[in-house]
Design a protein around this ligand. Sequence first.
Ligand code: RB5
Length: 159
Amino acid sequence: MAFKKLAIGNDHTAVDLKNEIMEYLTEKGYEIVNVGTDSKERMDYPVSGYKVAKMVASGEVDGGILICGTGVGISLSANKVHGIRAVVCSEPYSARLSRQHNNTNIVAFGARVVGVETAKDIVDAWLGAEYEGGRHQRRIDMISEIEETQGLSVVDNAQ
Ligand code: RB5
């Protein structure tokens, strides 16, 4: 899937980096929907993680970008929404592989962890990679099975 329309969300730690990334991607022709905070007043990252995740899960946007201090809390929040596979990464290799092998639909990173240029590299790697399917789909299906049933038949039914 080629990403065209993206939702972006952040907490108070990541306003400046969010703005840099928005400007960078807008210049590249992406449509960006900003649902994060534009204030540096403390706020709770699950609010932004949830908003972006719901938009991705509903198909309103093709994918999402989340930024908090570490990228951890905001990605954990997003991953609680059904159908979301959010990756947090600090370098582009994991971002690329997370698309090719794990079919991630949200990328997250930390404003206190990566600088602007690394963040741009992460976003470029993530947006530029395609899900490869094939042998990876069985594993994605297993992730979905855990999500749907809170079980995993290959483990639970093993004799
Ligand atoms: C806020 O202080 C910080 O906890 C948040 O930005 C994030 O890093 C959480 O995972």
